[in-house]
Design a protein around this ligand. Structure first.
Ligand code: NAD
Length: 422
């Protein structure tokens, strides 16, 4: 068993396994059952040759990992980033399983990725990578098998190309093959905003819980893509002053608060927050330890580590990114009860919840208004937040272990009830 799983060797996969083991110990899960619940069901690696615009050929590597198929199709994002590896994708697929379990969605987790830098590809090259990846994935995906969505480095346009490639193959339009599509192609109203909006909702609930006046709070946000930028606006609507933002290129800081509308305009043309007027430059390292009430990691994994965890000066960590806090950092933060963590599987779940709504709408060809989407989203997040905080307090568990326990238990129970074939 262990030998086979060595293909996933990667610090992020090890981190996901460590988190799982903590919960399995807490649940006193028997050893053979652990392996069955923990390890991904299947994985595919593909070579993606494409024509570059200059006429040359380049081969990229693509991955897809489906963690479990016990509760329905698998669901999870597609990432385009230079550091994508099979092990990272496998860890992200595991987290998707626990997230879907926690939210009560009829899905297993999955994740995909292509090792490429989308910023260095032309639009036509990006389209060729996307279409070739989708073509290679055809034996592995389907609306009842595995449904993809945007993640780091991918967006609505990428989902539209995927849906088109799959539909051309099938010979009929199949919107339910991906979520996070443009609304005009069967996407859901409120999907693009869902993850960041959910972050805002849950931060508001967290401030209630710890007795912090949200209208006087400040926030620092790492990552200003889909999730970070919407989270910033959503927090601002609750009265939060966003004082610092970083992205892959640079960062900005203004203790008086950043003008978010101006910043969005700047990013639309400059493609980075760096260089925004009326702010000082700031690095990622500085942002993470900045005095502020709410810290929102919304970029990459393993940003809050044993090196900086003791130095954080925030009251709330809202994990908009997947896996931003290492298990070593968790040990330190568990000794700092003044820091309230909204763990990733809860904090960024708004995205998959509205992806689920999109899939349901596509299967029924019956579309909802945005108010209905947002109302249903907030109800599901509210239930999950209440379950996690109640379990954390009653059983004296960290918010992370409480959240993961609910998600993992659901998968464990489904596997037990279905039995083992043959
Ligand atoms: P995105 O590609 O739209 O934006 C990513 C942002 O992170 C960009 O601003 C980029 O410049 C920045 N970034 C990249 N490397 C960085 C670095 N080293 N330091 C600082 N900033 C860096 O991606 P996204 O969809 O906003 O996803 C962000 C995170 O949220 C990821 O962890 C993703 O898995 C998670 N997430 C996304 C969704 C979703 O619906 N898109 C849902 C759940 C979780």
């Amino acid at each position: 068993m262990m030998r086979a799983m060595e293909i996933y060797e990667h610090p992020t996969f090890r981190m996901a396994c460590q988190q799982f083991d903590l919960v399995a110990d807490h649940l006193q899960m028997p050893e053979p059952e652990r392996d069955r619940v923990k390890y991904p069901k299947r994985a595919l690696t593909v070579a993606l040759p494409i024509h570059r615009d200059d006429g040359s050929t380049k081969v990229f590597t693509g991955y897809r990992v489906q963690h479990h198929l016990t509760l329905g199709p698998t669901k999870g994002g597609l990432r385009f980033h230079p550091d994508v590896t099979l092990g990272e994708v496998a860890a992200l697929a595991m987290w998707m399983s626990w997230k879907c379990g926690l939210m009560g969605l009829p899905y297993g987790g999955a994740k995909g990725g292509v090792t490429c830098d989308p910023g260095k590809l032309s639009k036509t090259e990006l389209e060729r990578v996307t279409r070739r990846y989708t073509q290679e994935m055809i034996p592995f995906i389907g609306p009842q098998v595995d449904v993809m969505a945007p993640d780091l480095g991918t967006n609505e346009q990428v989902m539209a190309w995927m849906m088109d490639t799959y539909s051309v193959h099938v010979g009929a339009t199949v919107p339910s093959i991906v979520t996070g599509k443009p609304v005009g192609l069967g996407g859901s109203l409120g999907r693009k905003e869902a993850t960041g909006r959910g972050v805002g909702y849950l931060v508001n609930r967290a401030t209630d819980t710890i007795g912090l006046d949200i209208s006087k709070a400040t926030a620092a946000i790492q990552g200003f893509g889909n999730v970070g930028s919407v989270a910033a606006l959503s927090l601002a609507r609750y009265g939060v002053k966003v004082v610092a933002v970083t992205d892959a290129v640079g960062g900005i800081y203004n203790p008086k608060g950043l003008d978010l509308w101006g910043l969005n305009k700047h990013v639309a043309s400059a493609r980075t927050v760096a260089g925004f007027p009326e702010a000082e430059p700031i690095t990622n390292e500085q942002l993470l330890v900045l005095p502020c009430d709410i810290l929102v990691p919304a970029a990459l994994e393993r940003q809050i580590t044993a090196e900086n965890a003791a130095k954080l000066q925030c009251r709330i960590i809202a994990e908009a990114a997947n896996g931003p806090t290492t298990p070593e950092a968790d040990v330190i933060l568990n000794q700092r009860p003044e820091v309230f963590i909204i763990p990733d599987v809860l904090c960024n779940a708004g995205g998959v919840v509205v992806s689920y709504f999109e899939w349901v709408q596509d299967l029924q060809s019956f579309f909802w208004g945005e108010t209905e989407v947002v109302d249903k989203l907030f109800r599901i997040l509210e239930t999950a937040f209440t379950q996690v905080i109640t379990s954390s307090r009653k059983q004296k568990l960290s918010m992370r272990v409480a959240a993961l326990t609910i998600g993992i238990k659901r998968v464990q129970e489904a596997k037990r009830i279905r039995g083992l074939f043959p």
